[in-house]
Design a protein around this ligand. Structure first.
Ligand code: SAT
Ligand code: MN
Length: 598
């Protein structure tokens, strides 16, 4: 039964029903009953396995196609009317051409299938931040994931009334043909069109496609920001909570930082960390001349490998019920799951992410270890399962931000932490972010690439305009957050990490908060303010101040080379379109490097 009389919604649905020709159409109201019935169907066709309901109540297991395990940036397009609005960092397709091409692929693609119509909200329904969407899909896996990751409900349609202010999401698995896989965003039409994939970020259209690509464009037009950032709150012993957002590229530890458990030296004093979000922040101006952030999602789509009782006990606890596991190891005898780095007891008799027989310690013909879980295997878990979920998670006004952190995965160059001198310098620091690529996107892993604000794959418009938007936001906000850069991933010459990371990152957050409160001095260096080594609390850590100094240094030669690289990046990518303020910041960096000793 149709859940609305909104003519814009009905016209949209009809257009794609006529094109895709499903046998059946089903409106999703988000009820448990309906989701259970769909799960039953997916289990009967083998699309989904039910896990052990005693050990993992409500949990499901799914494998994607072997050729479909990550976002495909090369096949992701921003289809703005003018190419210049997609900018130099996005693939662009003319919208007319794109619709024509995709319609041809989609023609009749749902014959023999059911089309599910999912009304969903990004952000709490009815809140000032909320934006609504309707996703059409032929995948039950997508319906079940969307019901965890977003607020799926008939209430969305009630709120929408007869408005056409909703994002149109069209998805079909078609045949999962890689050559005809397209993830197209049409910012000017509020439309996303995704064909031939069944993997997370390509098909859960509320996530990267809407909450980042479309929303970043909306934010640019409407004066707010959509960022690839976690949001966390640090409660200090006096009860005051400081909120911090942090942008890192995919699979660089956002979920781990968001759910951090502080080391004992902090917990015994009464410090606590609360999670508001682990991937996306929508940021608006609010009371007291501050920026406020909400997490528009309702769940976590986290990387499974490496998640364990030590690295992230909160994430692990979050996945113990009502969670969907994708591309991890499945153990048929116990109907449970496993992944590399979960524990030291890999199963003896299991199936790997491809569905092949697999056991711990397995090697291939060349003696190389065979992984059981795909490196980008994931869990989809409801936010409300998270033991450290912030009580502000549902606050319709969001949380006030004291600090913004940028960070990447850099073996060398970037020090553990430094602070931007001011907002403009902070925008520069975000714009020069670079990070080693990970398994979250198809392609080579471990290659350093520029990834401004961790938004390279997610900015829905011209990145030069995006930088300008950041600069402009700074002009409009009186009590701006301070901006920092961190790097947890510095290594020695043998490739060993020099910083313990995980919970110990609290020591850096502590310094950051003290800086926000003007409670601690810093050293001015050519790249920004750095901590005095003795101001990073090392209590309870097997690390000397001398060791710490090694990751708090910044090598002048390395930074001069870095500055050259930035210059080259700016000039070749953006040329004259880059805001002048950023060239001015670069000139300042170079001057500082020449003038001052480090
Ligand atoms: O697959 S997703 O894009 O949702 C996850 C990620 O790459 O951050
Ligand atoms: Mn992400």
């Amino acid at each position: 039964m149709e859940l609305t009389t909104n003519q814009h919604v009905l016209d949209f649905v009809k257009k794609y029903v006529d094109l895709m020709k499903p046998d059946k159409v089903e409106w999703i109201d988000g009820s448990k009953k309906q989701l259970n019935a769909l799960t039953k169907i997916a289990v009967s066709t083998g699309e989904i396995y039910k896990c052990n309901q005693k050990l993992l109540p409500g949990c499901l297991y799914h494998r994607t196609a072997v050729n479909d395990v990550a976002r495909v940036e090369g096949r992701t397009f921003i289809c703005s009317r003018e190419q210049k609005n997609a900018g130099p960092t996005n693939n662009w397709m003319d919208p007319k051409e794109a619709y024509k091409k995709l319609d041809a692929i989609a023609d009749g693609c749902m014959k023999g299938r059911t089309m599910y119509i999912i009304p969903f909200s990004m952000g709490k329904i009815g809140s000032p931040f909320a934006k609504y969407g309707i996703e059409l899909t032929d995948s039950i896996y997508v319906v079940l994931n969307m019901a965890i990751m977003t607020r799926v409900s008939a209430k969305v349609l009630a709120k929408l009334k007869d408005s056409d202010d909703f994002v149109r999401g069209i998805h079909s698995k078609v045949t999962l043909d890689e050559e005809n896989r397209y993830i197209c965003q049409f910012p000017e039409d509020n439309t996303i069109y995704s064909l031939n994939s069944g993997y997370g970020g390509n098909v859960l259209l509320g996530k990267k496609c809407f909450a980042l690509r479309i929303a970043s464009y909306q934010g640019w037009k409407e004066g707010w920001m959509a960022e690839h950032m976690l949001i966390l709150g640090v409660q200090k012993p006096d009860g005051d909570i400081k909120y911090i957002t942090a942008a890192f590229p995919s699979a660089c530890g956002k979920t781990n930082l968001a759910m951090l458990i502080p080391p004992e030296t902090y917990t015994k004093k009464g410090y606590k960390v609360f999670t508001v979000g682990d991937d996306i922040a929508w940021i608006r101006r609010g009371k007291g001349g501050m920026l406020y952030a909400v997490n528009p999602e309702n769940g976590f789509f986290g990387v499974a490998p490496g998640t364990n009782e030590k690295s992230n006990p909160n994430a692990l606890a979050t996945t113990k019920k009502d969670t969907i596991f994708t591309n991890v190891v499945y153990i048929p005898s116990t109907k449970t799951v496993w992944w590399e780095g979960l524990d030291k007891n890999p199963p003896k008799n299991a199936l790997d992410w491809k569905g092949n027989k697999w056991h711990g310690g397995m090697v291939d013909a060349d003696g190389k270890p065979v992984k059981g879980a795909h490196p980008n295997s994931r869990f989809t878990a409801p936010a409300k399962n998270c033991p450290c979920l912030s009580s502000e998670f549902e606050n319709p006004k969001g949380v006030p931000i004291s600090a913004i952190i940028f960070g990447g995965r850099r073996a060398k160059a970037a020090p553990l932490v430094y602070e931007a001198r001011d907002w403009k310098h902070g925008v520069f620091v975000g714009s020069i972010m670079a990070s080693e690529t990970t398994a979250a996107a198809a392609g080579a892993v471990g290659v350093v690439r520029h990834d401004p604000m961790a938004m390279l794959p997610f900015c829905g418009y011209n990145m030069a305009d995006y930088f300008q938007h950041w600069l402009d936001m700074g002009k409009k906000v009186k009590n701006k957050p301070k901006i920092f850069n961190v790097n947890w991933f510095r290594t020695d010459d043998e490739g060993n990490f020099l910083w313990p990371g995980f919970g110990d990152n609290m020591r850096v957050l502590d310094w950051i908060i003290q800086r926000c409160e003007d409670a601690v001095d810093a050293v001015e260096t050519p790249i920004g303010y750095m901590p005095k080594p003795e101001d990073i609390n090392l209590e309870g850590l097997d690390m000397s101040v001398e060791d710490l100094k090694k990751i708090l240094d910044c090598d002048k030669k390395v930074w001069l080379a870095e500055a050259e690289d930035i210059e080259n990046y700016y000039r070749t990518k953006f040329g004259d379109t880059l805001p002048k303020e950023l060239y001015a910041e670069l000139a300042k960096l170079k001057k500082n490097l020449r003038k001052r000793s480090m």
